[in-house]
Design a protein around this ligand. Structure first.
Ligand code: FAD
Length: 392
């Protein structure tokens, strides 16, 4: 039972990853009262375990996701302006070898398309052979035919997420970490929500007009804690692992992995962040960990391209494991649609909105879409443009 003194907010956001804090920021910018609850700490799950790129996604051109790439490239430019201390433009290198599945001319077409979709903001070039060792010292250039380079951007995903959370707070949102959502039921045109703050024996209650489920890989588990049961998007979860290797990293480098997929090396915390793998994930997302097979493939790929100082398990400084939320029934994880999907209980006047999947790069666009859905039930009192709010 809930008394009349139960606190009430316009919007309760569940989940403090990039999508949750982005939504809280957009909703607070529209002058709604917002409470965000995070069971752990801000950016403790997928949003601190990504490849940390702010990019259109060159590889998504292969699966013809032009709309996503165009939107993400546009957002990249916005984030470069809003968060210059957190997002930096970088040159990315693609060494092409005789054995590669994608020959240089194919990669060049991709880069030209990427440049066009970025409206000229992703310049690209071929690096002359005599500069190869200077640009990427230690790279194994045996059987290498071409070194291509193009511009994209990189970030610190956790810091970016925390900066968006701070911005949401400055706009008036309340963020409660170490507080799990445990259930909600819809009564008298409001949600009555149960929360379990860490370290307290008792659950607390809050009412909200709109419930946002931004719990990343937990999205369908959380859905089951809600009455009436909201609509569901069927998904499959795909794990991606990066290893932080105890080797200095000369540059941002894309290569083909031992199993012919795209793998990436980037400078990170003074070492080399190497990844990512893509393997189906089942089970509890909080128990995600690197499998022996993933570690083997990442180390073998690194050692093939940088054989001078090969790495073994003892050179791994940290493991980063994240889980992608992809729509079910896609052919392969690689070709699956990477755009976020929004699912709500009522298109005209939603009281429940769930965010499935998406990219770090496009969080602001997704949050704008959520804010537009919110406005169908709760008209915005004001509309500050998050595309003009600096992130520090
Ligand atoms: C390996 C990998 C690499 C990637 N690389 C990139 C990249 O380079 N660039 C890019 O743009 N995108 C990238 N992405 C995509 C991007 O990282 C994700 O789309 C994004 O981080 C998802 O954020 P989220 O907020 O939806 O989920 P999360 O960050 O997982 O946040 C969900 C939050 O909900 C909380 N939560 C769950 N249940 C509850 C509950 N009951 N109560 C309270 N809180 C709860 C969790 O603790 C968690 O903090 C990558 C993804 C992966 C997996």
């Amino acid at each position: 039972m809930s008394g009349n003194d139960t606190p009430e907010v316009d919007i309760l956001v569940i989940g403090g990853g990039i999508n949750g804090v982005g939504t809280a920021q957009a909703a607070a910018a529209a002058c709604h009262s917002v409470l965000l609850v995070e069971q752990n700490t801000i950016a403790s799950a997928t949003s601190s375990n990504s490849t940390k790129l702010i990019h259109g996604g060159l590889r998504y051109l292969e699966s013809m996701q032009m709309g996503l790439v165009y939107e993400a490239l546009h957002e990249r430019e916005t984030l470069l302006k809003l968060a210059p201390g957190l997002v930096s433009r970088e040159w990315f290198y693609i060494p092409v070898f005789r054995h590669n599945k994608r020959p240089a001319w194919v990669v060049n077409i991709g880069l030209a398309l990427y440049w066009a979709l970025s409206v000229g903001r992703s310049r690209f070039k071929s690096v002359p052979r005599k500069q190869w060792q200077h640009v990427i010292p230690g790279l194994n250039t045996e059987h290498m035919t071409t070194l291509l380079a193009y511009e994209d951007a990189a970030t610190d995903d956790a810091l970016l997420t925390q900066a968006v959370a701070r911005s949401a707070e400055r706009l008036g949102a309340t963020i409660q970490q170490h507080t799990a959502f445990v259930g909600a039921s819809f009564q008298d045109n409001r949600w009555l929500i149960q929360l379990a703050p860490d370290g307290q024996n008792q659950k607390t209650e809050v009412r909200a007009k709109i419930l946002i489920n931004a719990t990343g890989p937990w999205v369908n588990t959380v859905r089951q804690q809600i009455t009436p049961l909201p609509p569901e998007q069927k998904i499959h979860l795909v794990q991606g692992t990066h290893l932080l290797l105890d080797r200095p990293c000369p540059a941002f480098v894309y290569v083909e992995s031992e199993d012919d997929r795209v793998m990436f090396f980037r400078p990170w915390k003074g070492g080399t962040l190497a990844g990512t793998t893509e393997t189906d994930f089942y089970g509890d997302p909080s128990k995600v960990h690197a499998s022996k097979e993933e570690v083997k493939i990442i180390l073998a790929t690194y050692n093939r391209y940088f054989p001078e100082h090969p790495c073994s398990k003892s050179d791994i400084l940290e493991y980063y494991c994240g889980i992608r939320v992809l729509p079910q029934y896609s052919d392969t994880a690689f070709s699956a649609n990477r755009s976020a999907m929004l699912v709500c209980d009522n298109e005209d006047k939603p009281s429940y909105i769930a965010i499935y999947g998406g990219k770090l790069t496009t969080y602001r666009k997704e949050a704008e879409k959520v804010a537009r859905l919110i406005s169908r039930r709760l008209p915005a009192k004001q509309n500050a443009d998050t595309g003009k709010i600096s992130l520090t």
